[in-house]
Design a protein around this ligand. Sequence first.
Ligand code: S3P
Length: 435
Amino acid sequence: MNNLKDIISKKQVNGLKGVITIPPDKSISHRSLIFGALCEGKIKISNFSFAQDCRATLEIVKALGCGVVFSDERLLILTSPKTLCAPSKTLDCGNSGTSMRLLAGLLSGYNFKSILTGDKSLSKRPMKRVIEPLSLMGAKIKSNDFKAPLEITGGKLNPIEYFSPISSAQVKSCILLAGVNTIGETTVCEKTLSRNHSERMFEYLGANIQTGHSENGFYTKIQKSKLIPKDIEIAGDISSAAFFMVMAAIVPNSEIIIKNVGINLTRTGILDVFDKMNVTYEILDKKTVSNEEVADIKVLYSPDLKGCDISGDIIPRLIDELPVIAVLAAAADGQTVVKNAQDLRNKESDRISSLACGLKKIGIDIVETDDGFIINGDKNNFLGNVELDTYFDHRLAMSFFVAGLLCKNEILIKDFNWVNTSFPEFLKLFTKISA
Ligand code: S3P
């Protein structure tokens, strides 16, 4: 756990070298608990993420009647009751949008009242995207002008066919979690495919689910299903690996191997960007665990980086990696243009403006646009000698840290402990490869 509030990031004169294992996937960890809560019986979840976001979901499934026992650092046994019970307290999702949006779907199918709250950042994030489809299904949801707290009175729902106006895995998963408790067929459709961990986990646990593509986009259909309790092993998080992958690509003489990373195609947009930008990397030792592909990723220092265009269908496949991809673009020759990423404004912070603000202070040539940013890359622009805010945003904190490794002068990053949201071991792993 990282308890340091303000930290310094500075130029890395030696290459970064070593073999590391990054934390378990946050998206899959949340789902293992929420889907596990629907499997009447006992399941073993190995390589579970104990980052703060996932701990919030853990406390909530406990409040709904699940039993949780830890047998070692990353292994937990979840025992789920016949039916979830009404919580006796407010359910606190902390900083986690995934917890709030997925649990809203789950809770809508139960005949009791529950209240989901969040921290300052989560309370500003849009919830209309889940309130609207769940209300169409018959759930009663009170909110603070479509923001948290959400007071949900669930019950018997009716199936819907819903075209999601945004390609969001949280919205899709929310509707599927309501649909799995609804008699009839619930369909959710999105224009471009967002991460499909929910579809894969439902399939793995034996739900009646079908996915496909039609002229309207990508659809998923689910019927009321009883899930079969099965052990789940969680892959490493490519979104956390991304920080170390970019460090290796930009710091001269680096060579890093990251073990056991999830390489589900709906998450590997960063590797397509690496191809376009001339990053040297290899995918080693591919295998499948609990219906998800996993591999080791080796990344080498890449001296001939060049800018590229990033837009369209690739955006949902790298949405969380865009802040650190911006740092890569800043170290590349030429221009990088990111478009169609307007939902970045609805993350833990408005990631377009907070990123542009921080990188500009460092010296980087970045221009904010409505739905993305334009960067004119040049390693000489990494000046530093600034203090940067983190805006309650773990991914910004880590992206600024990566930028600091190329800066002529040190940078001070405030409130760095926000990294605990997803990656408490970040500094410890950095020490391992920079020693
Ligand atoms: C997530 C989906 C993404 C992502 C978030 C995790 C998930 O959000 O940004 O960090 O686990 O489903 P959206 O679905 O809102 O794009």
